[in-house]
Ligand binder design. Structure first.
Ligand code: PHE
Length: 358
């Protein structure tokens, strides 16, 4: 009996060593340790033995059973990759390479905030082309060709190849082919979207159009050839300057995270009448004057006014029935004020030491 037991134990261990899959373990478990298993049969047979034999053999049989059960468990865990395998964490290993997260450009952050503010006031957010026709950029905005108002915005005209060997006033002679200005310009402001919006949606209308604009400027700390604006337009019955100031105050207080006062000065923009230059109370000193506001207490922020009747007409809206306000704000300037940035050229510099601060 004892030998039989030892032999069986050896046989089971051999089979266990060979087994690689869970299915095989389960089969072996049933074959040997199950209710009708071979080891179970031997254990049952012990009952009919003499008291003396029962003592020694019973003990041995139980030991074999326990040993085999433990072996089964271990072998199964090794295959499953359980507690002893898969979950082992080596805390002494180096942490590995950190993945650098990108971030939004400060201008994009301010633009997103502006869009959210206007959407909350029921404005739609519009897009317009950066390469714009002379008609939308100037003509429809009440700035006729040859009018001195065109001088207010230094413009990049797009050249047109004529194939003729003559030199145009604004073109230059490139490899014997003369080039003259086409009727396309890099838009100098976001105002052309006013016309496009009125033509598409009619009145009443509430919308903003953020985007990139271009001017033929010599860059300095306050001017760049490429910058961002947000245009606002609201057309409805009985729109007045108080509607304009209410919306602007809401926007500026929202972005600058403090209550601001507005100051309206008369300003000339051909597409509004009356037109204003609008200043906000200095966010650093709140009025009395400090170096940031050059001791004036006010910071020049944006241009605005009531939409000129000619502009409403160009947009297909009857100025006798409807009126509107429009404004254009420099997003770069707003971001400079919000974050205390002193050079506009940093925005397009691609300098990570600057960009990673936001
Ligand atoms: N388009 C003007 C500019 O770029 C700003 C402006 C927009 C002024 C709307 C009045 C009304 O200077």
């Amino acid at each position: 009996m004892k030998e039989k037991l030892e032999k069986l134990k050896q046989e089971i261990l051999n089979n266990l060593n060979k087994a690689k899959s869970l299915d095989v373990f389960r089969e072996l478990e049933i074959k040997y340790l199950g209710r009708k298993g071979e080891l179970t049969k031997i254990l049952k047979g012990i009952a009919s033995l003499s008291v003396e034999e029962k003592k020694t053999l019973g003990k041995l049989a139980n030991e074999v059973k326990m040993e085999l059960q433990a072996k089964f468990r271990q072998a199964k865990e090794a295959v499953e990759g359980g507690a002893s395998g898969k979950e082992f964490v080596d805390a002494t290993l180096p942490a590995g390479e950190k993945i650098k997260k990108g971030r939004l450009h400060p201008i994009t952050q301010v633009q997103n905030e502006l869009e959210d503010l206007f959407v909350s006031m029921g404005f739609m957010v519009l897009d317009g082309p950066e390469l714009e026709s002379d008609y939308y950029n100037f003509e429809a905005l009440n700035i006729p060709a040859h009018h001195p108002a065109r001088d207010m915005q230094d413009t990049f005209y797009i050249a047109k190849e004529t194939g003729e060997e003559t030199k145009s006033p604004i073109g230059d002679l490139v490899s014997g082919v003369s080039r003259e200005a086409s009727d396309l310009v890099m838009r100098t402001h976001t105002s052309p979207v006013q016309i496009r919006a009125m033509q598409k949606y009619g009145a009443p209308f509430r919308g903003v159009a953020p985007g990139r604009v271009f001017r033929s400027e010599n860059p300095d700390a306050n001017h760049d050839h490429t910058f961002y604006q947000l245009e606002g337009l609201m057309v409805d019955k009985h729109i007045s300057i108080s509607n304009l100031t209410a919306v602007l105050k809401e926007m500026l207080s929202g972005i600058l995270k403090q209550e601001v006062e507005l100051r309206l000065r008369p300003g000339y923009f051909p597409f509004v009448e009356p037109g204003f230059e609008i200043d906000v109370s200095c966010t650093i000193c709140n009025g009395p004057g400090c170096p940031s506001c050059k001791h004036g207490g006010w910071l020049e922020m944006l241009g605005a006014g009531l939409v000129h009747p000619n502009v409403l007409r160009a947009g297909g809206i009857d100025p006798k029935k409807y009126s509107g306000f429009a404004f254009g704000i420099g997003i770069d300037r707003l971001a400079m004020m919000k974050y205390g940035i002193d050079d506009i050229r940093l925005f397009n510099s691609g300098d990570l030491r600057f960009l990673e601060q936001f």
